[in-house]
Design a protein around this ligand. Structure first.
Ligand code: SF4
Length: 92
């Protein structure tokens, strides 16, 4: 299984503003599980996690598309070939 979360990886992978769309699928998330979105689409309480899991043959991590250096949470190396596959040469 692989996973993706709004706001994880480069900004254009799955924009954090999509949190609103994801949350809208479940109704009143705050009432259901006590998690709410701030105006900037951050989740409260902090350390909450949102996203989707999906099956695929090649293990995928958003970190592969993320250029951030020195991230202590990195789960996979930045993969420039994968970046080019999705966005072409302009995203280097
Ligand atoms: S490298 Fe860090 S900032 Fe980038 S997607 Fe992975 S955990 Fe998030």
């Amino acid at each position: 299984m692989s996973r993706m979360s709004p706001g994880s990886g480069a900004a254009n992978v799955w924009p954090i503003t999509q949190q609103k769309v994801l949350f809208s699928l479940f109704g009143n998330v705050e009432e259901l599980i006590g998690v709410k979105l701030t105006d900037r689409c951050l989740m409260m309480p902090i350390k909450s996690v949102s996203g989707v899991f999906f099956p695929n043959e090649n293990k995928f991590e958003s970190c592969q598309l993320c250029p951030r250096e020195g991230c202590v949470g990195r789960r996979a190396p930045h993969d420039l070939a994968l970046v080019k596959k999705y966005w072409g040469e302009s995203e280097e």
